[in-house]
Design a protein around this ligand. Structure first.
Ligand code: CU
Length: 480
């Protein structure tokens, strides 16, 4: 056991290094290290060579366990998902999955959790409330033990089974409503024209939608999606905003356009009870990219529920042409149960007021920009991201792993020359930025808030870039 433990710690250190390198974007293509250090005296099998989980960045499976002392016995107890509350839960993962295990010390006794068949273990943690994490690839099928490696704890009850193989045939999942806005769903640049009147229709839709795998949340939306529709007008245009509230709604809703000049941005004129409609009109005096959001008390509750979007007021002559444009917004969700809990989730006012989000999301749901709608582009294109933060509370340190923003219209000030060559840009709650990237190298780039703990709460997106390799810009191995 000692040799395994030493190997495991080395493995954890190596993993951390590799993961950190990948995180900060300075890692070249991962060197061919085995993903786990071998226990001393164990030869690496040739076919198990380069499979660094760091390349995955986001684990395929995340398991959370807490330690517990009950009736004189020690145990692990599952947290969230299918294993919530289960003592020494049986963990099932598919072969090849990158598995992250979070261990929370909940009894104040020193523990770890070890998966010796995968040379993986967490650090030992002794203080109640302390945590440790291990990551490994489940690279062989079968049934394996996991347990606490502190002497005496396994016989005292701290052990369970990890099954690696074909997933259990799942009961047919109920069709969950998606509220995700496709980031490619936005109108194109406006043709040159004199100022005109533009009509916008917003409908408040309260809908139980998919928040994460097997998890739902009572969203409040504009037009059924998060964020609401992307609105595009030209400076000088007159904007006529029609706000409808579905008869089935339980709440009053409204809209505050940051692009409007006038009290409340329209909020006072648009408080609309269920089944009714309101109209207000503003002239778009200032070019820029602006947030709009519901402004009915409690405003933060309406915003966290999904009621935000962006309006672009194009400057005279529009923005310079680019290959593709995308629409992405960041927001937080405050649920009573912790991140990862399956089933219907309910809102927590206490967590909202404490600004302790359980979920932090791009375009409304976990997986919105990784599974449902990754951004797709080609080498040689310049892409423009219209990025906004609905919030309601968190500022974003927005970053694309593996890329550099060639131009940043900081604070979405499109009438000021853009900053050039920026790694990470701050976008405040209720603010936006216009970001441009020239794509030189194919591969998968990762949209994050560089407050990276938020990745663990769902805040991650992919930008897939197809096209020929560009070895003079980026290559494995030495220069030639
Ligand atoms: Cu509302």
């Amino acid at each position: 056991m000692q040799t395994t433990s030493a190997g495991s710690r080395l493995a954890v250190v190596l993993l951390l290094l590799v993961v950190l390198a990948g995180t900060c974007g300075f890692a070249a293509a991962p060197p061919p290290i085995h993903h786990m250090a071998q226990a001393p005296g164990v030869a690496a099998s040739p076919q198990s060579a380069p499979k660094s989980p760091a390349a995955e960045y986001v684990p395929d499976v995340r398991v959370r366990l807490r330690t517990a002392l009950a009736e004189g016995k020690l145990a692990f107890v599952g947290v969230g998902g299918d294993i919530d509350g289960v003592v020494n839960p049986t963990l099932r993962v598919r072969e090849g999955a990158v598995v992250q295990v979070d261990l929370l010390n909940d009894d104040g006794i020193e523990h770890d959790v070890a998966f010796p068949d995968f040379d993986a273990a967490t650090e030992r943690v002794a203080q109640k409330g302390a945590s440790s994490v291990t990551v490994f690839r489940a690279d062989k099928p079968g049934e394996f033990a996991y347990f606490c490696s502190v002497p005496g704890h396994r016989p005292a009850g701290m052990e369970g089974t990890l099954i690696v193989g074909a997933p259990r045939p799942a009961a047919p999942a109920p069709a969950l409503v998606s509220i995700v806005r496709d980031p490619a769903d936005l109108p194109g640049p406006l043709m040159p024209r004199p100022p005109t009147t533009v009509r916008i229709d917003l409908e408040a839709v309260e809908v139980v939608g998919r928040l994460a795998e097997d998890t739902t949340y009572p969203y409040w939306t504009f037009n059924g999606r998060v964020p609401g529709p992307f609105v595009r007008v030209r400076v000088g245009d007159t904007v006529e905003v029609h706000v409808k509230n579905r008869p089935a709604s339980r709440m009053i809703h409204s809209v505050d356009f940051h692009a409007a000049t006038g009290p409340g941005g329209g909020a006072i004129l648009t408080q609309v009870p269920p089944g009714e409609a309101r109209v207000f009109t503003f002239q778009a005096l200032n070019p820029g990219l602006y947030v709009y959001h519901c402004a009915t008390p409690m405003v933060a509750h309406h915003v966290t529920s999904g009621m935000y979007g962006l309006i672009l007021v194009e400057p005279d002559g529009g923005l310079p042409p680019v290959g593709r444009e995308f629409y992405v917004m960041q927001g937080e969700v405050y649920t009573q149960h912790p991140f990862g809990q399956h089933g219907p989730q309910e809102f927590s006012l206490e967590k909202l007021l404490a600004e302790r989000a359980e979920y932090v999301l791009f375009n409304g749901a976990v997986g919105a920009l990784t599974q449902a709608h990754p951004l797709e582009a080609r080498v040689g294109e310049t892409v423009r991201l219209f990025f906004g933060v609905g919030g309601p509370n968190y500022t974003s340190s927005f970053h694309v792993i593996g890329e550099i923003f060639d131009r940043v219209y900081h604070q979405a000030a499109v009438t000021t020359p853009p900053l050039t060559d920026v790694q990470t840009t701050l976008v405040p709650a209720g603010g936006a930025a216009v970001l441009e990237l020239k794509l030189e190298v194919p591969g998968r780039y990762i949209l994050v808030d560089h407050a990276l703990a938020r990745v663990e709460r769902g805040l991650v997106g992919f930008l897939h870039v197809q096209g020929p390799e560009n070895l003079s810009v980026f290559r494995s191995g030495p220069a030639q």
